[in-house]
Design a protein around this ligand. Structure first.
Ligand SMILES: *Cc1c(COP(=O)(O)O)cnc(C)c1O
Length: 394
């Protein structure tokens, strides 16, 4: 019953590899080292076969055809390929993109790049629960719009956008729909057919696979999506992403997807029960807000603001017990409040006291109870110090 500390509650940042995934990938670093593009000997065939099998498991998890999967180094590269590749392919015709201010930086910074190249981008706001307003989306569409990019689920809050409604609007206006589903795939059911998705990005290290491998789903039919490669040389991956395939990484990504498919329902239930119990216990502290608590959310994540505490101090005090994430990022010397929570209307002061806790496959009830105990103690201490007027500066 020994608890390994600190308890890891930051699965939205990255997940630990599943030991079964590691076991599956190891031989591809040693005995099975072949290049999947070598067509003249058994080393190559063996690697190609392993990649084919992985591609099937990965495609199957999102309801895609294996040939619609383009391997990349991760979701960031997949987003870059999707947005820049579409822009380059059709820039003579249309140049407007609609996205959302709460997207991951991978999307926001790539959109900025397109603006620098002469494109135009509309950044939709969100409501206080983190959801976009579908009427605002409808109104943002112009005859020049070629792409709507809305993430499936948010990495900070877990908010799940109304994907089917968004894709219906895109389709009715003959606009392509890209979703960054990095936080959703493997955690909640995602299906490119049922959801009407044209392009989708995801990443192995967010679903118990290794870092450095991900994929872009590119629809082949109704419509056939065309994009210009951003990395040339050799014509791998249907000419969309050249370079020798990362065979061990891809094998692991495939195994990770296979396991997710098996566990998605049971883990969703188990983790939402853990998350709900965590929230319920913390609510007993009073003066805390569960951000986007009334919106559709991922089952395993929560974003909580604690009133009347010192967020900076809490991080230090909790560090040996809990690994979690603060909704502010240190950029050079200043503490930048989260733009996602800002967009939802939280004050800078409160954002500094706001934290993300994300559970995962290896989270246990015992870990959650320990986290509740540690946080409760810290919050109570901070509040009692405030009430007694000793404002200790750390
Ligand atoms: C982690 C993450 C990314 C980046 O993925 P990488 O594979 O690390 O490049 C993109 N979007 C979202 C929503 C993420 O959570």
């Amino acid at each position: 019953m020994n608890l390994k500390l600190p308890v890891y509650l930051d699965n939205n940042a990255t997940t630990p590899m599943d030991p079964m995934v590691l076991e599956e990938m190891l031989p591809y670093f040693s005995d099975k080292f072949g290049n999947a593009a070598s067509r003249t000997h058994s080393y190559g065939w063996e690697a190609e076969e392993a990649v084919d099998m992985a591609r099937e498991n990965i495609a199957s998890l999102i309801g895609a055809h294996p040939q619609e999967i383009v391997f990349t180094s991760g979701a960031t590269e997949a987003v870059n390929l999707a947005i820049k590749g579409l822009w380059e392919n059709n820039r003579e015709e249309k140049g407007h993109i609609i996205t959302v201010i709460t997207e991951h930086k991978a999307v926001l910074d790539t959109c900025k790049h397109i603006e620098n190249l002469g494109g135009s981008v509309t950044y939709l706001p969100v409501e206080s629960n983190g959801l976009i307003d579908l009427k605002a989306l409808q109104q943002a569409i112009t005859p020049d719009t070629f792409l709507i990019a809305v993430m499936y689920a948010n990495n900070e809050t877990g908010v799940v956008q109304p994907i089917k409604e968004i894709s219906d609007i895109a389709k009715a206006n003959s606009i392509l729909f890209l979703t960054d589903a990095t936080q959703a795939v493997g955690k909640i059911p995602v299906n490119v057919q049922a959801d009407g998705i044209d392009l989708l990005t995801f990443s192995a290290h967010k679903l118990y696979g290794p870092k450095g491998v991900g994929a872009l789903y590119v629809r082949k039919k109704n419509p056939a999506v065309m994009l210009t490669a951003q990395i040339d040389g050799g014509g791998h991956e249907r000419n969309m992403r050249s370079g020798t395939l990362n065979v061990p990484g891809i094998v692991a990504f495939g195994k990770a997807c296979e396991i997710c498919a098996q566990k998605i329902a049971s883990e969703g239930e188990r983790l939402s029960a853990l998350r709900d119990s965590f929230e319920k216990q913390l609510l007993e502290l009073h003066h805390i807000d569960i951000n986007a608590g009334n919106a559709p959310r991922l089952p395993h994540a929560t974003n909580i603001s604690f009133h009347d505490i010192d967020g900076e101090k809490m991080i230090f005090e909790a560090a040996s017990d809990i690994a979690f994430s603060r909704s502010s990022a240190c950029t050079s010397a200043t503490l930048e409040p989260s733009y996602v929570l800002k967009a939802m209307g939280l004050s800078n002061e409160l954002i500094h006291n706001t934290f993300r806790f994300s559970f995962g496959r290896f989270s246990t009830e015992q870990q959650v109870d320990h986290a509740v105990k540690v946080i409760s103690k810290i919050v109570k201490e901070h509040r009692s110090e405030r009430n007694h007027g000793h404002h200790k500066v750390v």
